[in-house]
Design a protein around this ligand. Structure first.
Ligand SMILES: NC(=O)c1ccc[n+]([C@@H]2O[C@H](COP(=O)([O-])OP(=O)(O)OC[C@H]3O[C@@H](n4cnc5c(N)ncnc54)[C@H](O)[C@@H]3O)[C@@H](O)[C@H]2O)c1
Length: 256
């Protein structure tokens, strides 16, 4: 086991599957104590068990991040259990797929509530209750290439992820004085349930996504998780308020 995050207390939201799970397990391999989260306890517990199998400590917490009281529970239970929060990864996210003219107010709210508002609330509560008093911490937000390039039928998602980028910059500037760094990762296309859902719905063919990526392949989970380790570690000690794209060159093309 490498020791880049030894004994760091890390919350990874939405860590039952996909990128969140990959980050949770990679953090465990680097020695972190991981708080896993899902809307269903058994799903968070399944990832927590994999963390324990790696040889690290874990705590699974059920919380629906569209509910402010559940976010309180996630943050407060972590502090009660471990006394501090060193790393918060705001990973949980959803994409509503619809022509903008037909996007319902309910779906708009669902995307904004999870992708943007929960990122704000989790960060605010973790900072105020743990990171500011302890004068240290790293917040890593999952934004997207879609913060920068438009994708049809993703109005709420693109708006949320651009909002996450702006929030990252503001929080990074504002909380630097407390020793907190706030950074964002902007993945390109990583073949998780989120992207598979678009392919299954016929929104895009997998070949189209690959063809529009200069490197001509999907990104791998470990290519996101390894960056999340670096950003959380002291090796990234001077990176703050910044988004880093992991997209095989997609944003360099200017998008679609
Ligand atoms: N996969 C990609 O290509 C890609 C690209 C760019 C950005 N991202 C971002 O990366 C993050 C992870 O994406 P993914 O592809 O692993 O998605 P995913 O759909 O595989 O996983 C999303 C996770 O969020 C959880 N979640 C959903 N609603 C929740 C709620 N209300 N409360 C708590 N948890 C909830 C899900 O249970 C799941 O664990 C998201 O923020 C996504 O927008 C993904």
């Amino acid at each position: 086991m490498s020791e880049k995050l030894k004994d760091k207390i890390a919350i990874v939201t939405g860590s039952s599957v996909g990128i969140g799970k990959a980050i949770a397990l990679t953090y465990a391999k680097e020695g972190a104590i991981v708080v896993t989260n899902s809307r269903k306890l058994e799903r968070a517990e399944a990832t927590a068990n994999e963390v324990r199998a790696i040889g690290s400590q874990a705590r699974a917490i059920e919380a629906d991040l569209t509910k402010s009281t559940d976010i309180d529970y996630l943050i407060d239970t972590t502090i009660e259990s471990f006394g501090r929060i060193d790393i918060l990864v705001n990973n949980a996210g959803i994409a509503m797929i619809s022509p903008t003219e037909d996007l319902s107010e309910k779906d708009w709210d669902r995307a904004i509530d999870l992708d943007l508002k929960a990122t704000f609330l989790c960060s605010q509560k973790a900072a105020k209750r743990a990171m500011i008093p302890q004068k240290s911490g790293v917040i890593i937000n999952l934004s997207s290439i879609l913060a920068k390039v438009a994708l049809p039928m993703r109005a709420a998602y693109c708006a949320s992820k651009a909002g996450v980028m702006a929030l990252t910059q503001v929080m990074g500037c504002e909380w630097a004085k407390y020793g907190i760094r706030v950074v964002a990762i902007g993945p390109g296309y990583i073949l998780t349930e989120l992207v598979q859902q678009s392919i299954d719905k016929g929104t895009f063919a997998a070949e189209t996504l690959i063809d529009r990526t200069p490197m001509k392949r999907f990104g791998k989970l470990e290519e996101i998780a390894n960056l999340a380790v670096f950003l959380a570690s002291d090796d990234a000690g001077y990176i703050n308020g910044e988004i880093i794209y992991v997209d095989g060159g997609m944003t360099a093309t200017g998008g679609w």
